[in-house]
Design a protein around this ligand. Sequence first.
Ligand code: FES
Ligand code: FES
Length: 166
Amino acid sequence: MPSRIVTLTVNDQDVEFLAKPGTTLLTALREHLGLTGAKRGCAQGGCGACTVIVDDRPVPSCLIPLETIDGSAVRTVEGLAADGELSPLQQAFVDGFATQCGYCTAGMLMSATALLEERPNATREDVIRAISGNVCRCTGYAAIVDAVLMAADAQRTGDARLVAAE
Ligand code: FES
Ligand code: FES
């Protein structure tokens, strides 16, 4: 099959790729756009390290052929901070010590971002379900779940640092 042109919006920028059949979204992000926040872990859909948001849904980018998402809007961890300010979720991860090696962090952040956009009042069970596809070898998950809940509070009150200090 010949290569084809695929157009995406990545973190609000229009991008065009000449994509060989089967080229994954993860490869396009990391190797063609230099967006290395999404990590290549298992490359089989099992670890969540490559999670990005496509059209408001978290997906494992290692399993997404570019040609299947032509015209979509993609968000990566690089797009979370706005004007140099961490998102409330990123700030909660920092304040809540929710990251150690950090390999899983980008994927966790994207899964949790999608959750909090869909459910601003997410419960602990919602958070656990939302990140169930994101494997972390370091933290034992409790700090991550607490940070996501902290961010949900922060989004409601408008200040992550205030919530973290309580
Ligand atoms: S690298 Fe995509 S799920 Fe593991
Ligand atoms: S912080 Fe190391 S894998 Fe999650």
